[in-house]
Design a protein around this ligand. Structure first.
Ligand code: SAM
Ligand code: SF4
Length: 433
């Protein structure tokens, strides 16, 4: 979501006549888009501000204007100026559409401008010259914000309430992206399957048990080659989502379904709204699909009150699910959330020890997954020349595995058949088949 927000900011700036540079020392304006999900991400902001200040001090010409955007900006507002006087302006998560105005104000000499206000409108994504990290892959937000208030999570505070974009607008956007040569679209949101637009405009023609599964069928009909979606919220994961994937080849065979813990007691304390029993029902539906759907998840270790028994239940769940990939995090207390008030009684050493045990188990499940690919031929979207080897192209499979293969830049943007010969550290290696 943050990558998508940064792309949106760059798109708006270019539309207003600015030029984007990745060379920080040549920039007249430096913008930092921030994340507040874990404390570590927040610390990074101040490290980066320090680095920028240091390199600005070496400049002979005027120092750059420094703007802080996104979640930390939204939560901390003007207090950021007290923590670092070098910051010129602060724009909250919904105010990023007014970035040009904030820059103009700073150029005009206004110091410490703050905008934490609401959106003016839903931004028009279909503008010319969209600034995407990849010409072949586009992120399309379908729902913003979150209403779930899991007890550990800051997102509902930093991003506000859920707001679904109209389906007709999403479909129009995908058709335009297809015309521009985009091969892969990621429908994104904190919980995409909680998608509930105010009207069915754009969905009338499509069958589906929920508005999200109708949207999936509607976007599949646009004919974009690949459609991926993330993140899915377990409580709202209707089996019809799997049916839609089974029906449409261009709905990719990948589901990211964050479980967070294997213990019902901890899930209740987290206020997740699902139990392990109903999570496993969803997993069985996914695993029984003929599409061979890749399953990934998020897990938090060391939530307040997590006992060795609770953690063992998480290991048991991981053993059963055999995730293709997982993001796991040590619990990070976030001021303002209900869990922040709970006694964080799992020591830092215990969190580290549990984290490492989970890491070992999940890696052991990944090895057979990687081995299973050997000598098989997969479709890979050629996305970029590999950073490590200029003779190799890097891309993803439909189920989000990274694949590198020998090839030249003229393959970029094409879907290539690659025979897998080797696997190393989360990457598959192969040759054009
Ligand atoms: N909406 C998605 C869901 O509910 O599954 C997740 C979005 S959240 C921004 C991404 C992940 O960050 C979560 O799945 C969770 O594992 C992790 N996370 C959120 N708050 C955290 C915290 N306080 N400490 C550690 N990890 C956290
Ligand atoms: Fe955070 Fe829970 Fe919302 Fe996901 S569903 S963003 S974890 S509050």
């Amino acid at each position: 979501m943050n990558v998508s927000d940064s792309e949106r900011v760059a798109t708006l700036l270019v539309a207003d006549g600015f030029e984007i540079t990745r060379n920080e020392s040549a920039a007249d304006v430096v913008l930092l888009n921030t994340c507040s999900v874990r404390e570590k991400a927040e610390h990074k902001l101040f490290t980066r501000v320090g680095q920028i200040n240091k390199s600005a001090a070496d400049r002979t010409e005027k120092k750059p204007v420094l703007g802080i955007l996104g979640c930390v900006a939204q939560l901390e507002g003007e207090t950021l100026f007290g923590k670092s006087p070098a910051i010129d302006f602060v724009l909250g998560t919904k105010a990023v559409g007014r970035v040009s105005q904030a820059i103009d104000n700073a150029f005009a000499g206004e110091k410490y401008y703050t905008d934490l206000g609401e959106r003016d409108e839903i931004y028009d994504w279909t503008v010319a010259e969209a600034q995407r990290n990849s010409p072949y892959i586009a992120f399309v937000p379908i729902i913003e914000g979150c209403n779930k208030f899991c007890t550990y999570c800051i997102v509902p505070f930093s991003r506000g309430r859920e707001k679904s974009l109209p389906a007709s607008e999403i479909v129009r956007h995908l058709l335009k992206l297809r015309g521009e040569g985009v091969k892969e679209v990621h429908l994104i949101g904190q919980n995409v399957n909680s998608y509930r637009p105010k009207t069915d405009d754009g969905l009338e023609a499509f069958r589906g048990a929920t508005q999200f599964s109708r949207l999936l069928r509607a976007v599949a009909a646009t004919g974009i080659e690949r459609i991926k979606f993330t993140t899915s919220f377990p409580r709202d994961f209707h089996p019809d989502i799997v049916e839609a994937i089974n029906e449409h080849e261009n709905l990719c065979n990948w589901v990211h379904l964050p479980v967070q813990s294997g213990s019902n007691r901890i899930l209740k304390l987290m206020r997740r709204g699902h139990t392990i029993e109903n999570y496993l029902e969803r997993i069985d539906k996914i695993k029984n699909s003929p599409r061979c759907i890749s399953l990934t998840t998020d897990i938090i270790v060391g939530f307040p009150g997590e006992t060795e028994g609770d953690f063992q239940a998480t290991l048991d769940l991981a053993e059963y699910c055999k995730f293709n990939f997982a993001y796991y995090f040590k619990y990070s207390p976030r001021p303002g959330t209900p869990a922040f008030e709970m006694s964080d009684n799992v020591s830092s050493e215990e969190k580290t020890e549990r984290f490492l045990r989970l890491d070992k188990l999940i890696r052991s499940h990944q090895q057979p997954v990687f081995r299973n690919y050997l000598n098989k031929t997969v479709d890979v979207l050629a996305e970029k020349v590999s950073e490590k080897n200029p003779n190799q192209i890097s891309g993803h499979t439909t189920c989000q595995m990274v694949v590198n293969f020998e090839g030249a830049a003229d393959l970029l943007g094409k879907i290539i058949k690659v025979k897998i010969l080797e696997s190393k550290a989360n990457t598959l290696y192969g040759k054009i088949s």
